[in-house]
Every structure is written in C-alpha cells, then in structure tokens.
Design a protein around this ligand. Sequence first.
Ligand code: FEO
Length: 394
Amino acid sequence: MVVEIRRGVIYVGVQDWDRRLFDELIPLPDGTSYNAYLVTGKEKTALIDTVDPSRKDELLDNLAELGLERLDYVISNHAEPDHSGAIPDVLEAYPEAKVVTNAKCGEFLRDLLHIPEEKFITVNDGDVLSLGGKTLEFIIAPWVHWPETMLTYLREDGVLFTCDLFGSHFASSDIFVMDRCAVHIAAKRYYAEIMMPFRGLIRKHMERLRGMDINLIAPSHGPIYDEPEFILNAYSDWTSDRVKNEVIVAFVSMHGSTRRMAEHLIASLTERGVGVRVFNLTQTDLGELAMALVDAATIVMATPTVLTGPHPTAVYAAYLINALRPKTKFVGVVTSYGWGGKTVDALKGLLSNLRAEFLPPVVVRGHPEGDDFQALEGLAEEIVKRHKEVIGND
Ligand code: FEO
C-alpha cells in the first residue's frame, strides 16, 4: 500500500492478510502488517524500517511506484527480521543508502543480515538527522521488546514511529484506526504476547513520551493511531500495577476429576461475584489466555498429576505464563492424583518469575467428594478475601 499520511510522509508497508502464526508460536487471527514509512525532506529521503523478507518485493514495488530514484537513509528501529529482513534488498536497490541505527541494533544487523560495517551510521539517544525541513530525532528505548529497540520522532509533524511498541497484529485496509474496539483487542493481544514481560520498562519509557508533542503514533504492525491518547491510555492501564477482580482458571483433565473440581471452583467464584475466565488448555488459543493475564488478580492452575507432576499441557502453559511475567497477585493450584506426586511444588518452580503469593492448594486423591468440594469453596472464599485486600470493594 502507498498512502500519504502526512505531507512528505508516505506509508509504504505491506498487509499480510493470510499469516496465521508468528515466531511459530503466536496465533494471528487477524493477520498482521509490516509497516514502513518513507519520509521525504527538501534534501534527503529516509525509509523508516522495512518489511518481512517474504514481502520484500511489495516494498520495493511501493518505492518504485513513487518513482523513488535515490534513498539516503534506512532507519532501523529494531533488528528483528520482520522489520529489518528486507534491508539488504533495499540497499541493493538503492546502493547509496546508509543504515541509521544505534550501536546495539547495528551489532544485531551485522550478525543477522551480514550488512557491511561501512553501510552504518550510528546514532545515540537524542541525536537528530535533518532531511531538510524534516528532522528525525532518535529515542533509544531498550527492551520493548529487544535490547536494541529505538523510536524515531519526526519533530515537525509530531509523528512517533514506534516499531513494535504500541503495535497490533491486525491486517486492514484502514491505514488509521477506524474500528477502535477491534484494534483495542488486537493491541491488547499484542501487548500481552510480546510486551508484557517488559511492563516496568515500558512504563518508564512512557513517562518520557508523555512529555512529547505527539500527533500520530505510527507503529510497524497494525493501524496508525491518529488519536495517540487511545493507545497511550490503554498502555497506561495495562502496564499499571492495578489488577481486576478476575480469576483465570486454566485446566486440563484426563478422566473428569480435575474438570469436576475446576467446575465447582468456577461456580463458587461466580456465586461470590468474582469474574472468571476459563481456559481448557487442550483447546485454548494461547493468545486469549495471554490477554486474560493482563488484568486478572489470580491464576488457578487445575491439572491432574501425571507421572508425579503436572500434565504436560499444564507445564507448557505454566512455562509461557512464567515467561510473560503478568502482574498476577495470587496463584492457586488444584490437582487430582492417583498415587502421589509433586505437582504443587513443580508448578511453584515453573511459575517462579511471578511476584505472586501461592494460596493453599487443593489436592485430591481420585474423584472429588464432600470435603473436597468444601476445600474448593474455601479456596474461593480465600480468593474473595485476598482480592478485597488488593483491589478493595470495586
Ligand atoms: Fe515486529 Fe520484534 O518484531
């Protein structure tokens, strides 16, 4: 697509409608896009990021459609190949162009793409590059979500090019956000899957951004925000320490015992006014689970004990939850066993990154009966009490 978004600032990215998986892990129900932007000043022209190498031809076609004969700079905000992978092709098509990036990103680009040293111009935080009436300022913002990440700010137009930060995996013919509800969901999913482990650092970077005059936020995935407050406010909420009166019940059951316990707990929590998000781990979209982790005060892992430990499906989910480091305050474990095991300790180990308190587990031999259901109601009561302590009565 070729669309002028501001005078002299042209969208030249690619919509990937069909892609359904990212990193061979992350589901993409709405596809994705690789956004790239051409900024033309009176003297120089810069391309901000490129596209996934699988779509390089479309990027080059977009530049050709504009009649671009000379490109002075390729600004690389982030070295991950879905944005940098077409840089070698752009350099081949425009041999005079230099790659402008920070030192760390340059290292990665040399390692990943074997771009020669002499092609780089290295910038530091706060450096500016004048294109003639268009001034690019570089903001080093590490760990959103790699250590080399950088934002580029076009001063005259107040456009902030954020690469992955504030992005959404959302292919659309709308260059700007039109369906706010759909984009909010896609951006939350994206935050949960990619940015959540870096919540504290994002909050710090946002303090700096809040002091800037931003008219447009132009990420490298998903629609552009022409009302930046929309996504800035969403991120303020998601990255805050506030949790909601919600419990995630993530369960797997082999012969019905764990399912019966999960169902009793779900009913007990619901009766007590707690919001419950239920995920059958054998069927769930892990992106949906990640999204629920953004807000929930408590996670309950419900799993049978298999060969002395949690069911492997629960192990996989726990591994991902641990990697995403949600702000969850409490963890519960519900398990049914046949002859013994270490499921509770194993889950504590698997979830060690969480700054969460483990509530007393409910451990049942075989199929649950009278006292076991009372124990589950006790867990529900404890959750209600602990939520009141951290959330209040809202
Ligand atoms: Fe969209 Fe971290 O790459």
